[in-house]
Write a protein that binds this ligand. Structure first.
Ligand code: AMP
Length: 289
């Protein structure tokens, strides 16, 4: 598809567009993003397009999910570039609210999901998931889509969102999209641009290491032994490791000893860049080298 794309900036205009589609019986999918779009985001748009008549993409850099020493101010923003990519990807409407459209003066309501948010990225980034849960709840209520698509790249986030939708009886189906990677294995991320050329060369080791951990688990290695080996390898290569963890894929409960079904998740720092990644156990046949 080529041509223009409509961008709405208020919930009123968003709902006016949605009402015309709803009137003609069309279904709607929402893909929430923070912009600086790459092929990973666009794969979610494509997936959304296979499941609904209309695809809405939201672009909003959510301040309350960033810690005080994190990169909210410097987070990449390129709305003009994003719109060009979204037209090509088959988006029907872009929702790019301003700050007051999400957090009006006096805003004081937050959504906190327990349990799932207590460790992994939840310990490394206090309040992060509360910020995510709050903005996602708000976007889902503003848009009221039939389904919303999120990436498995942020695996813990995907489970948190599924849980809040279940707990609050929101009428929306949450769909997970597979991780899109560079040819050398590095998961695409809007933050990869922070990496120096030397760091960019080392960065794919994150994926290769968790892939090795998953392969070892599939061959019967214990969860603790395999994750410790992964941590050691990453630290030896110069990464500062937040965690390498082997968890239940549905509940994120800790696993130890041999496992049949699991998710290997890791978060590391490389210079000033924080990277996260994850793979399933068993590994998909295509990557089972
Ligand atoms: P963000 O703009 O970083 O908030 O991401 C918006 C959505 O894109 C989230 O659901 C992410 O999980 C998803 N996403 C980010 N990177 C990737 C990737 N490499 N592959 C697939 N989905 C991704």
């Amino acid at each position: 598809m080529t041509g223009a794309i409509t961008t709405v900036r208020t919930v009123k205009d968003l709902r006016a567009h949605l009402a015309t589609w709803r009137k003609s019986g069309e279904t709607v999918a929402l893909v929430p993003t923070m912009g600086a779009l790459h092929e990973g985001h666009l794969s979610l748009v494509a997936l959304a397009g296979t499941k609904a008549d209309r695809v809405v993409v939201s672009i909003f850099v959510n301040p309350i999910q960033f810690g005080p020493r994190e990169d909210f101010k410097t987070y990449p923003r390129d709305e003009a570039g994003d719109l060009v990519k979204l037209i090509k990807a088959g988006t029907h409407l872009v929702y790019a609210p301003d700050m007051a459209g999400i957090y009006p003066k006096g805003f004081t309501t937050h959504v906190r999901v327990g349990d799932l948010t207590e460790d992994l990225c939840g310990s490394a980034r206090p309040n992060h998931f509360e910020g995510v849960a709050t903005v996602v709840t708000k976007l889902l209520l503003q848009c009221a889509p039939d389904l919303a698509v999120f990436g498995e790249k942020d695996y813990q986030q995907l489970l948190v969102i599924k849980r809040l939708v279940r707990d609050l009886d929101l009428q929306v189906e949450i769909v997970g999209g597979e991780i899109v990677r560079e040819g050398d294995g590095l998961a695409l991320s809007s933050r990869n641009g922070y990496l120096s050329p030397a760091e960019r060369k080392v960065a794919p080791l994150l994926y290769h290491t968790i892939h090795e951990v998953a392969a070892a688990l599939a061959q019967g290695a214990g969860a603790d032994t395999a994750s410790e080996a992964g941590r050691f390898k990453l630290e030896a290569a110069g990464f500062r490791v937040d965690y390498v963890a082997v968890r239940d894929p549905e509940t994120l409960a800790r696993l130890s000893g041999p496992v049949k079904q699991a998710r290997v998740l890791a978060a590391v720092h490389l210079g000033k860049t924080r990277l996260i990644d994850n793979v399933p156990v068993p590994l998909p046949a295509s990557t089972n080298r």
